[in-house]
Structures are given as C-alpha cells and as structure tokens.
Ligand binder design. Sequence first.
Ligand SMILES: Cc1cc2nc3c(=O)[nH]c(=O)nc-3n(C[C@H](O)[C@H](O)[C@H](O)COP(=O)(O)O)c2cc1C
Ligand code: SF4
Length: 517
Amino acid sequence: MSARAPVTVYVPGDAGAVSLGADAVASELARECRRRELPVRIVRNGSRGLYWLEPLIEVVTAAGRVAYGPVRDSDVMDLLDAGLLDGGPHALLLGDIGNHDWLRSQQRLTAARLGIVDPADIDDYIAHGGYEGLSAALTMPPQDIVRAVTDSGLRGRGGAAFPTGIKWQTVHDQPVAQKYIACNADEGDSGTFSDRMIMEGDPFALIEGMTIAGLAVGATRGYIYLRVEYPHAARALAQALRAAREHGYLGRNLRDSGRDFDITVRLGAGAYICGEETSMLESLEGRRGEVRVRPPLPAIKGLFGQPTVVNNVITLATVPLILARGAAFYRDFGTGKSRGTIPLQLAGNVKRGGLVERAFGLTVNQLVYDYGGGTATGRPVRAVQIGGPLGAYLPESQFDTPLEYEALAARDGLLGHGGVVVFDDSINMARMARYALEFCAIESCGKCTPCRVGSTRGTELIDRMLTRSNGEHAGDLALLDELCDTMANGSLCGLGGLTPFPVRSALKHFREDFGRR
Ligand SMILES: Cc1cc2nc3c(=O)[nH]c(=O)nc-3n(C[C@H](O)[C@H](O)[C@H](O)COP(=O)(O)O)c2cc1C
Ligand code: SF4
C-alpha cells in the first residue's frame, strides 16, 4: 500500500447530483483507487448548486480545493491517469469553484456552507461557524432572541412572507407550558429545491435554527414535516440529529444550559396541500391533510392544540446567522421591506440552472440571462413562472422586475419560495393556464366549493376555448375571469385563492394563445 496520506475527494450525495450519476462516480472512484492502491477519503457533501456542472467533484490539494465537472463514472480512470488526486489538468478541470463567476457574484448567507462542509460531521459544521448562533442565544433572555429576529427583518421564506419575529412574539407571549416548533419541509412548489439542498447539504443549520426558535418561544419539542419523496434529506437529517444529541446540542439540558429541546422527523405522503400550514398540522397529528379554518392561528392554537411556530426550512436555517452576526448585519442586505438574502432556484428550460442566493432586488433579467444563460434549447425566452404553481407568468417585457415581495405583488405576482421556472417560445400559455387549474383540481383538499368545483369548471372552460377559433370565445374569457374572481375571493386557503394568479397572468400577457388550436 502507498505511504501517501489519504486524499479527500468530495463527491456530492445531493439528490440532484445523484440523479445525474454521482453515486456511480463515487463507487467507481473508490474501486479504481483501491485497485491502484491510492488512499482516498470520499466525502459525500451537498451540492454547491451549479447543477449543470453536476456531478461536480472536488479534490483537496496542498493548493486548496480543485473542482472537476460534470464527471461521469466513465471519466474516472482518465481523471486518475491525469493526476486527479493532485489537481492535475484535464478537460473537466474547473479549478477553484469558489472563484467561478456564478458563485463569486452571489451573496451566500443561508447557503454559505452548502457543498463546502461534510453534512454528516458536526465538528466540520462547528469549524465553519456552526453553533455560534446557539451559543449567543443561550446567553440571551428569550425576549431578546425574538427581538433580534424581529429587528433582522426576516420574513417567512415558505411563501406567505409573514414577519418571523411577529410570529415568534405571539407564541412567546402565550402563557402555557407546552409549545411546539414545526418546520415545514414539504417543499411542494414546482421548480424549488433550496429546502432539500439545506437539509441534505447543511442539516445542522436547520437543527440549530429550530433549537434557537425553541429557546426563544419556550418550546421543548420540534417536528420536521418532510415529504416522503425526499429520502436523501431524511437520511441526512437522521444522521445529523443523532450527532447533535450525542454532542449535547439536543436533548435534555443542552450544552449544560438547563434548557431542553429535541426534534422528531415525520414523513408526509407528499400532497401539495400538506405544505399549507394548517393541513400540515393535521397531517402531523395523523389525520388527512385538510385545511383548518382560521382563526385560531397556529401561533395560538397549533399542533395538538398548543401554540406553535410554523416556519419554513430556509427561514429557520437563516436564524443561526442572525444570532451569530447580529440583526443589523442581516438587515443590511436587501431592499425596501424585503430584507436579507433569498436563495433563488432557477429551473425549467434554462442553460445554467441551480441555486442563486442574492440580496433581494436582483432582476429577473439578471437571474435568467446573467446566471441562467438563457434557455437550454437556445430559443428565445417567452415567460418565467415565479413562486411555484400558484405564481404568475411574467412576459419578457417585465423581466426588469426586481425579485422582491412588493415589486412582484405590484405586478400581480408573488415571490413565494423563490422558485423561477423558465419557458421558451414554444410554450402555449393557454395550456399552462389549464395546467394551473388542473393542478388545483388534483391537489384540492376539497373543503371549499370555489376551489374544489371552480378548478374543474375552469379546466373545462379552457378545453372548450382550445377547440374554438379566436373570436368565438369572448363569452368564455369573461366567464373564466369571473371564475377567477370567485376562486380568489371565496377560497379558504391559498391553493384555490392563488390559482387565479397564473391563470390571469396568462390571460393578460398571452391572450393570443387562448383560442390557438
Ligand atoms: C397550498 C399551499 C402550499 C404551501 N406549501 C408550502 C410548502 O411546501 N413549504 C412551506 O414552507 N410553506 C408552504 N406554504 C406556506 C405555509 O402555509 C406557511 O405560510 C409557511 O410554512 C410558514 O412558514 P414561513 O413563515 O417560514 O414561511 C404553503 C401554503 C399554501 C397555501
Ligand atoms: S382552497 Fe382548496 S385546498 Fe384550500 S381549503 Fe379550499 S378546497 Fe381545500
């Protein structure tokens, strides 16, 4: 055997990279190094978020980390022949990926450790600034923790953008012994993956954020509601939770503070409506995911009838940084009432898709062209859908819109969870409007009529329009508009209430497609 010390090679275990062959690359690398008697230590890290370069592997050399990508298992022999373990030259060589324009121009705060740390190693997390936020929180009275989050301007990243500090204050103020932290990890929006990336690539950040939330509001138990389609995230969380307990960061008397907090992961069967917070609570309690009538708010009567903080993964994973660096540091990023950064997820028909974390205010143009490089098909971009299946379609004439809550609302859109899906000029927007209504019909929990019945009638209406010629369906267009009004004003929750956004935006900006056979 060679006397050489093992060389560390990072091969992402991220589900996106795995779907592109990362597991095969890892096993081929291990097998071939064994055969050549080259000692290696393969670390399955998260993805850095440059998905068009995945599987992107990194070798730790004396001169720093050297990246190669996209690597297939059939490239491994050739790479080793070229001196992969010394960072040798090869057609797939990318160099220091941290210096790649795509990453260097980002402002990674929440996703700062993604792809850098070993998600299974708590010491690596601590070495990269992990648990500094919790250490600070343990020295603060609960009200001061809540104030720091309020002052940071953090708003919920799950979609509704409600101020996190106000929600925490409400739970903090409830004079009862049992409270809960419920993390919404359902991530049902089309084109979104930032929750998954954090859970797979930096799970301790979420665990730390939930622990701080527990200290702030007086909760001793937390639940992560995870969809069953995320098995890699489930494994990464289970491993990280075990390590956190073993190292005294979870459980009774955590870090000798006299405070208790622990977390349980619950798997949901993967229904879009179970991401709506009250449906999620129903599902967590073991019932069918159906929306609860509000009031009472979950912050007053939530999980098992007790005051509950419901927050998204990104919201909670951002909290440690706010406690570690201070509210003012975080607040300094962003624009208007959209403070801090947002991990945008660029997907669909785009050349360079992936995770772009920037301060609020980046324009759609900058995201789609500067980061995305236009469409993967090379055809002109026709539209983007922002904010998941309930988000509006924006035409290219509105690509100067800054990606922040108020600017998008002013254009009858929403930022949601930060997903941006790109379409080229071959798209028929009437079909996309139909798709939005059909999606709503399939995913509706059925509790209220405007959503349950309206979505089906709307689908039928568009079907009728698509079989007629222009000019023959003026009545149908008016009826569809009226139906959107009924759904927007009469639905009990956002699924029925927001489905009119994509439908109306398609009608407004791409009316010529309605009636196109
Ligand atoms: C139909 C529907 C689906 C939703 N899906 C999700 C989801 O998958 N993940 C999420 O965090 N929030 C989702 N939300 C928003 C939640 O109801 C809630 O606002 C959020 O979890 C609160 O956390 P935040 O304040 O940190 O954003 C959904 C809302 C609606 C109406
Ligand atoms: S809007 Fe749809 S999903 Fe929401 S409560 Fe009504 S039927 Fe259920």
